[in-house]
Write a protein that binds this ligand. Structure first.
Ligand code: FAD
Length: 470
């Protein structure tokens, strides 16, 4: 790293600057430093980003605990009376100690520094191609000139809808929930997407009276309607109130109670969780200085994650799916491109993801609707988990479906959805099939072990009927 007079002020010459150290940025910085480049990683908050401290990991620990409660309760119908006394302090302790080390990112920083990355704490912004200005926490400003380029991984924050009164109330987002040490008696959840649905079910299983308010006609919007229907049914049977197609008009808070006025019912709750989507961190990033618009819905990237001259982007800001595995996948592509390797190109045909409700909702590739909108000759196959041999044996907690979407012209699957116990594991087989474009006829000739949940895929494939081209 060298210092030189560049432009108006003193600047430091490096190979690469990564702005934002979420999962993809962290991965990219580490791998490029290990490859021998001089790398600066700029982070204004916790190194590691949303996933380890406020997202995936702590929320999945909550879900794991809530699922254990649900299984214990199911034992009563299968194995004999079980009495459980939910104790949130065990979850709070695990999130605090194991998941987040008291929201301390030292282990992330050490891993990067051991790889040779220089971690700079502060707010980074572009100042023309390959140039980054960092406002450090102590008020210092540093300028870096990155000869290879800059990687953006600035992620998202919770989106807060412009509902009258909401901003003046002490509402929670996913950030506050991860710090919960005591549970409220009741909770309203604004938004029935994956984050809202996962947390709603987890907290309800600990005894919180939960109401989900969703503006769209169904919860878990983009998933197949059949999957939404299963989860809505499970939620209602578990005592969660699901209000769909409701528009929240006004929110107020007094005497420790939230009052949520909608175009339908009025909901009152001790606490309000806003889980209404995510807002991209693109403003204040100097995108204008490299000819990019900060008001876009997602930063456009090519199949090497290039977003401009000596500029790459990874993670939620690219709009390819707000998941940790997408961020890291894109990071791998950037590493190859920066190092000039003829590496892999971004391909989202078989992107899979999981919503960790119980049963889990997992999907890969296109939904039926997306396939029809793409003009494909669509064939759809369904099978119900409770009617499968494994589902029948499983009984309590066996709700679910498998849906496969085929392109009849090519005789291959282009999408699939699994709602099932361990649905996130079952989807792996279908992800392989879609990724490798395995002909449906080949899949039909496979062995599907008996009695597994994944064997239900065979029934869904049968339900596709004759695809003609096979
Ligand atoms: C409750 C919850 C549960 C989730 N569960 C899952 C799950 O089960 N599976 C899954 O795959 N995904 C899950 N996600 C999504 C996942 O957390 C994100 O997709 C993942 O963190 C990847 O995000 P990212 O790489 O875009 O960056 P982020 O993790 O958002 O990190 C971006 C970083 O950039 C920093 N930053 C922003 N601007 C600047 C700047 N100008 N200068 C310096 N630093 C800056 C931020 O402080 C932040 O640390 C969940 C999210 C939430 C909220």
């Amino acid at each position: 790293m060298s210092e030189q007079q560049a432009g108006s002020g003193k600047s430091e010459q490096v190979d690469v600057v990564v702005i934002g150290l979420g999962p993809g940025g962290e991965y990219t910085a580490q791998k490029l430093a290990e490859a021998g480049l001089s790398v600066v990683g700029v982070e204004r908050d916790l190194v590691g980003g949303e996933c380890p401290f406020h997202g995936c990991i702590p929320s999945k620990m909550m879900i794991r605990a809530a699922d254990a409660l649900a299984e214990a309760r199911r034992a009563t119908t299968l194995a004999g009376a079980v009495e459980v006394t939910p104790d949130w302090s065990l979850v709070a302790e695990r999130v605090d100690r194991q998941a987040t080390s008291h929201w301390d990112d030292s282990s992330h920083v050490t891993r990067l520094e051991d790889a040779g990355v220089r971690v700079v704490r502060g707010q980074g912004r572009l100042d023309g191609p390959g140039r980054v200005v960092v406002e450090e926490r102590d008020g210092h400003t540093r300028t870096f000139v990155a000869s290879r380029g800059v990687v953006l991984n600035t992620g998202t924050a919770p989106a807060v809808p412009p509902v009258e009164g909401l901003a003046d109330t002490p509402y929670w987002t996913n950030r506050e929930v991860m710090h919960l040490t005591e549970l409220p008696r009741s909770l309203a959840v604004l938004g029935g997407g994956p984050i809202g649905a996962e947390l709603a079910q987890a907290l309800a299983r600990f005894g919180v009276e939960v109401t989900v308010l969703e503006m769209a006609p169904r919860i878990l919007g983009p998933v197949e309607p059949e999957a939404s229907a299963v989860i809505t049914d499970v939620f209602e049977r578990e005592g969660i109130t699901v209000l769909t197609g409701v528009e929240v008009r006004r929110v107020s808070h007094d005497h420790d109670t939230f009052r949520i006025e909608t175009d339908g019912p009025v909901v009152e709750a001790d606490r309000l969780l806003v889980a209404a989507g995510r807002r991209l961190h693109l403003h204040g990033l100097g995108l204008e200085t490299v000819g990019l618009d900060p008001d876009v819905r997602a930063l456009a990237t090519d199949d090497r994650q290039r977003a401009g001259e000596r500029l790459w982007a990874v993670g939620d800001i690219t709009g390819k799916g707000q998941f940790t595995h997408v961020s890291m996948y894109q990071g791998e592509i950037v590493v190859d491109d920066v190092l000039g390797r003829d590496g892999r190109r971004a391909d989202y045909r078989a992107l899979s993801w999981v919503t960790f409700t119980d049963p889990e909702v997992a999907a890969v590739g296109m939904s039926e609707r997306q396939a029809r909108e793409a003009g494909l000759t669509v064939r759809v196959g369904h099978a119900d988990i409770p009617e499968s041999s494994r589902g029948w044996i499983h009984q309590a907690g066996n709700e679910g479906i498998v849906k496969v979407v085929a392109d009849a012209d090519r005789g291959i699957l282009v999408g699939a959805t699994v709602v099932s116990p361990a649905g996130g594991e079952v989807i792996g087989l279908l992800a392989t099939a879609i990724h490798a474009e395995v002909p449906v006829s080949t899949l039909r000739g496979m062995h599907f072990a008996y009695p597994t949940f994944h064997r239900t895929i065979e029934s869904a494939l049968d339900d596709l009927g004759d695809l003609g081209s096979e």
